[in-house]
Write a protein that binds this ligand. Structure first.
Ligand code: SF4
Length: 395
């Protein structure tokens, strides 16, 4: 089988320099090419006019410049934007842009599907399809920038933050994600601040412990429950890496950063599952000696789940308990409802990809998953949760 040619879009500064040294060229060529690709949005070698003709010819023979492909485009009424993207494996992933003033946050995917099967996640219902390459992850930033007009002369930089919070568990695609975030933060490429590039993990502890050797990007932790019993029932990964180990690993990573930064704790509020007052109090206790910000995410319903969003008053009270305990708490506003804001939702609607999704669908059609099995599962969760408040204690 012919060896695959390197894709220039996915080469970090070090790898780009190594390529040019192999070609007998000076390292500054790497800087020129990265700026053409990532800052000017130029993908044609022939248009890179400060590169000699002979080097361009040499590159034509030895490298590729390949982007993933946008296959669906969903602008939302509220200014958010969601795209479905096809990667080389034929799988589809999503990226979402959420504007804030003149700038905004791009949420990118790291895997097509996900193997971790968190019970509240539309992506988890699709099973795992493939890891994205570095170029397919960075390519999302390139595409968003292009779609938002960011490569035009004098255009302001609209994508100011990137979160690896789209489809997939980033730290299960470790090498590619490390290179991708480093390209996003590289001054020769997108030059994003390390405070504004965030890897969000469900808690792959050994990978968190390795991260400091490769990057100093920011970190968010998908916690979603204040104790191991409840967390294990909605996030199977917790059985392997429980909350204590996870918070220890994150503490060590943050301590190794040169500047003072706090991780973000992500907590999806699901009606009747993890939204009790007692859960908020327990969360405050668990995080008492863990400096962090807390982001509450009201659950966004999707067709393969019967979980529901809590009422605004439940969300407000949960927030207040945490704030009274001294935490900085944000509540993610529901954006892009009209385009399927829960990650994995759109792709799931566009294409049924794996047996897991087919199994979920089959059970749903038999009246199982939505009506009965998920209710049984919720009852089990409620029963297995230690120190759970009684129903009367709900808001
Ligand atoms: S929440 Fe994240 S880790 Fe869990 S199934 Fe979804 S994509 Fe995977």
């Amino acid at each position: 089988m012919a060896e695959e040619r390197p894709n220039l879009l996915g080469l970090s500064r070090d790898k780009m320099k190594a390529l040019f040294s192999e070609l007998g060229e000076k390292p500054f060529r790497a800087q020129q090419i990265m700026q053409w690709l990532h800052q000017r949005g130029e993908l044609e070698l022939n248009a890179m006019t400060d590169i000699s003709k002979s080097l361009r010819g040499q590159l034509e023979q030895s490298v590729d410049i390949r982007l993933p492909k946008i296959v669906a485009d969903y602008p939302s009424d509220d200014g958010s934007h969601k795209w479905v993207i096809e990667v080389a494996s034929g799988s589809r992933v999503e990226m979402v842009f959420i504007p804030e003033g003149g700038r905004g946050t791009l949420c990118v995917s790291s895997q097509a599907g996900c193997s971790l099967d968190c019970s509240f996640c539309a992506t988890g219902k699709q099973g795992f399809n493939s890891n994205l390459t570095v170029a397919e992850i960075v390519g999302q930033v390139w595409l968003a920038r292009q779609q938002l007009g960011g490569f035009e002369q004098g255009a302001e930089r609209k994508v100011s933050n990137v979160v690896m919070m789209g489809m997939g568990e980033p730290l299960l695609n470790f090498e590619a994600v490390m290179d991708a975030v480093n390209i996003m933060m590289d001054d020769w490429a997108y030059g994003l601040s390390k405070r504004k590039v965030t890897i969000s993990t469900s808690g792959v502890v050994p990978a968190i412990r390795r991260m400091k050797e490769f990057t100093d990007a920011s970190l968010a932790v998908s916690l979603h429950a204040p104790n191991d019993a409840l967390r294990s029932s909605i996030m199977p990964i917790n059985k392997r890496y429980p909350i204590g180990e996870l918070l220890d690993a994150v503490t060590d990573y943050m301590a190794g950063l040169q500047d003072k930064r706090m991780p973000v704790i992500e907590y999806t509020l699901i009606k009747g599952i993890n939204d009790h007052r007692q859960h908020a109090r327990e969360l405050a206790q668990v995080l008492a000696s863990f400096p962090c910000k807390i982001n509450l995410i009201p659950f966004n319903p999707f067709s393969l789940s019967d979980y529901q969003r809590p009422s605004d008053s439940v969300i407000g009270n949960f927030r207040e308990i945490l704030q009274r305990a001294g935490f900085t708490v944000t509540v993610r506003t529901t954006r892009a409802d009209d385009i399927g804001a829960a990650c994995g939702q759109l792709v799931g609607d566009v294409e049924d990809q794996t047996r897991r999704q087919q199994r979920h669908l089959k059970r749903a059609q038999q009246g199982g998953v939505n009506a009965n099995s998920e209710k049984e599962r919720r009852t089990e969760i409620l029963a297995s949760t230690a120190n759970l408040a009684t129903t009367a204690d709900r808001f």
